[in-house]
Design a protein around this ligand. Structure first.
Ligand code: SF4
Ligand code: MG
Length: 318
């Protein structure tokens, strides 16, 4: 709720703060138990920063993260560590996120042992179970990351995320580095695991087809803001925000829904160090009006479960 992440811009010998990069600027949303929330947007829109804040590996500048009635941003030390176990992350590049010098057995056992959940012997048994659950063989535990294909490595990454019995997995471009045929396998695996383990996912991706496949709800980000959020079908079939409309119009997957014409956006995404006043999208919006330049639109629900931040949808019925 009200999440912000401002990175200070420092200059001079004294490293005086001369401004801020507003990577995330006042983002609020809910993610339900057992739900997959897709987060889409172009690179640099703040998707990963948002995911890392939810994971509490990045400290928010402002706002709260409420999980099971507890504000995670206020927890410290042991209490935070206990909650952190329930949040795990799956990364884009399994190769970079797995220690190349460790056998898979140790990669998977380590979190269990470090968190004091199991001794070495118990953990070894658990590793075999985890590997089978993600479609690998028990014997794979004795291999090193380089002995696997990209898809298999991502299975190891998923097994590692599962090892601490999380409630939420934040997947950041989890299949983006994989071949298309392998992507589908990993997505289907993740969907199966979600059911079996009663997981929730925050699924971050620039790939609309992938997000459409896996998500229940989808949030669209632009320049550190959440501009629209809604049920997958509603969002893909009737996108409301001019940015979402443009984003979907450029994707062949989304276009099947209607005879949508490709909307070409003018100009570049502005710098988050110097974001526009008013609506963050006003410098590129085909429907911009005078008030958009000074008044920032608030997120509001315009259809059940479908919210948008755009002046076009305000004051309905007046
Ligand atoms: Fe476009 Fe104005 Fe809506 Fe922003 S508020 S998306 S500039 S119409
Ligand atoms: Mg990213």
């Amino acid at each position: 709720s009200g999440l912000k992440k401002y990175f200070p811009i420092q200059a001079g010998l004294l490293r005086r703060t001369i401004g801020y990069v507003k990577a995330i600027d006042d983002v609020s949303f809910q993610l339900g138990k057992g739900e997959t929330l897709g987060i889409v947007g172009e690179s640099g829109c703040g998707k990963s920063t948002l995911g890392r804040m939810i994971m509490r590996v990045l400290e928010p500048s402002e706002g709260s993260i409420i999980f099971d009635d507890q504000d995670l941003t206020r927890l410290r030390g042991q209490k935070l560590r206990a909650q952190r176990q329930k949040f795990q992350m799956v990364f884009q590049d399994p190769y970079a996120s797995l220690n190349p010098k460790m056998k898979v057995a140790d990669i998977l056992a380590e979190p269990l042992i470090v968190n004091g959940l199991m001794d070495r012997k118990e953990a070894a048994g658990q590793v075999g179970q985890l590997l089978k659950r993600v479609g690998l063989r028990e014997g794979d535990a004795q291999k090193y990351p380089h002995e696997f294909s990209g898809g298999q490595r991502q299975r190891v990454g998923i097994a590692r995320a599962l090892s601490l019995s999380p409630k939420l997995i934040v997947a950041d471009e989890a299949v983006s580095a994989l071949d298309v045929s392998i992507q589908a396998q990993i997505l289907n695996l993740m969907m199966d695991l979600k059911k079996d383990f009663d997981l929730s996912y925050m699924f971050i991706s620039h790939n609309l087809a992938v997000v459409r496949h896996i998500s229940d709800r989808v949030g669209v980000m632009y320049l550190g803001h959440m501009v629209e959020i809604g049920e997958k079908t509603s969002l893909f079939q009737s996108p409301l925000h001019p940015y979402t409309q443009a984003l979907l119009s450029s994707s062949p997957v989304a276009k099947r829904d209607s005879e949508r014409k490709k909307i070409i956006l003018q100009g570049e995404v502005p710098s988050p160090a110097n974001p526009p006043s008013g609506c963050p999208f006003h410098t590129r919006c085909p429907k911009v009006t005078e008030s958009c330049k000074s008044i920032r639109p608030a997120m509001q629900e315009v259809a059940p479960g479908h919210a948008v931040a755009c002046h076009l949808y305000e004051f309905k019925g007046e």
